[in-house]
Design a protein around this ligand. Structure first.
Ligand code: FE
Ligand code: FE
Length: 197
């Protein structure tokens, strides 16, 4: 294992309770059924991305409908199918943890979708519409990649390989979608938007 410096800052960073009392430790040392703070955080983040994916199953058909080119429409439709599959994987992750999906609204995704709506309205019917749609969806993909990246790191830390494998699959689909959208922007949408004058 790599050693960084002699003095560890770990204890300092973690003693964030005002009373100076050590934080309550649950989990392994207190029995299997009690969750530690990382597990709680994990379940919260999982609920957040679950809701984000749910919001996307409603937004992606709208993006597909607004797309000018057939390839872009197809890309949105394909990703809608993947998104449904991603939700089933998230169900499995909840099961792997012995939890049920908690209700939570992902405000980040709400904001991205809201902004996407505005952009769509502003550029509807123009040659730039596909470039605009791609820009919106890539922000969404990056948000998802960030969430899955975090969840994968936590699943690994928690030693939950079942959850890790499922989350990795979702993350890889988001990355592939992001790359596909870059290709479509560069091969088609950006040029079309530029040549409209
Ligand atoms: Fe997704
Ligand atoms: Fe996605």
């Amino acid at each position: 294992m790599k050693k960084t410096s002699g003095k560890s800052t770990r204890g300092k960073r973690q003693s964030n309770s005002r009373s100076g009392q050590p934080r309550k430790r649950t989990g392994q040392e207190n029995g299997e059924n009690q969750e530690n703070d990382l597990q709680k955080l994990f379940v919260d983040e999982l609920a957040d991305i679950y809701n984000a994916e749910q919001q996307l199953t409603k937004a992606l058909p709208k993006l597909a409908k607004a797309a000018e080119s057939d390839v872009l429409r197809q890309a949105f439709e394909d990703h809608l199918e993947e998104t449904t599959e991603q939700l089933s994987r998230l169900d499995e992750v909840f099961r792997a943890l012995g939890e049920s999906p908690k209700r939570k609204t992902c405000k980040g995704m709400q904001g991205l979708i809201e902004e996407g709506k505005e952009v769509m309205e502003e550029h509807e019917g123009t040659e730039a519409v596909d470039a605009a749609l791609i820009a919106c969806e890539q922000k969404v993909e990056h948000y998802e990649i960030a969430s899955y990246g975090t969840l994968c790191a936590w699943a690994e830390r928690m030693g939950n390989s079942e959850a890790l494998d499922l989350l990795k699959e979702n993350m890889e689909e988001e990355e592939a979608t992001d790359e596909k959208l870059t290709q479509l922007a560069e091969s088609l949408a950006n040029e079309r938007a530029e040549q409209s004058a």
